[in-house]
Design a protein around this ligand. Sequence first.
Ligand code: DAK
Length: 274
Amino acid sequence: MEDKEKEKEKENKKGEENQNPILVETAGRVGLIRLNRPRQMNALNDALMDALGLALQAFDEDDGIGAIVVTGNDKAFAAGADIAAMRGWDYMDVFKSNYITRNWETLRSVRKPVIAAVAGYALGGGCELAMACDILIAADNAVFGLPELKLAVMPGAGGTQRLPRAISKAKAMDMCMTARNMGAAEAERSGLVSRVVAAERLMDEAMAVAQTIAGFSLPSMMAVKEAVNRAWESSLSEGILFERRQLHALFATADLKEGMNAFLERREPVFRHR
Ligand code: DAK
């Protein structure tokens, strides 16, 4: 049995040597990142998370990009952190190397909007990755869950923190403690996802949303993202003050003048993202 497992691991590794863990493309001002470990249900290992972090940073720095879409394949967005990679680690391995923080957290520093387009399984770290994005669009076959307790581990990439903020404390406890899955309809009802579409329309919808977002003024968009994120982490008074100052700052942009002039001149605005 052990030999068989080792053989399988070897085979998987061989297959992966020639395979990029992510695929990157652009469409106009939208950057698209596909998680690409289909044989492992896009299980999130270091190679994938390193590559994802670098791709996110590259799009964030690219003046030609205004929005980013992260997706998987039709069976799995991602079925969690890579269990095969994790099983050999001990406390010192994860503590000293700062597991999760060392590469997963890159997503938190991205200032442009990031949309998760989720079909199939988004479990454990996969669900946490989707929740760390700004907008979550689900196919009707999407399945969300935090089943970590089945492995006697716990959600460790923000799941216990983002889920109760996204849905309710009781529902988050239910998901974390029973390790049950949630379908797309329940996820939409609970406020975990922003919209659900037929699986075959997922990428069209996600890319259309991203194109709309990327068409607006980028500095104004970044101000919106920062302000909404502030709502999660501050009191209402602090959040309102932050929002007000962001609004004041936008009066210094050329795009705000262009937006208002274009409206009054009854024409489409031409934003220069400055
Ligand atoms: N890791 C590694 N391989 C995985 C995987 C995963 N998470 N999920 C699936 N695979 C692999 C399977 O082993 C299988 O490989 P082969 O046997 O073909 O080599 C292949 O993908 C296809 O999977 P199945 O044969 O199982 O396919 P099914 O359609 O039957 O089932 C499934 C699909 C997604 C329901 C099932 O694969 C499944 O239950 N997967 C595991 C889901 C799961 O438990 N996810 C949570 C992982 S734990 C921490 C921070 C964060 C975390 C932990 C610690 N610290 C800071 C310390 C996060 C933990 C997690 O995410």
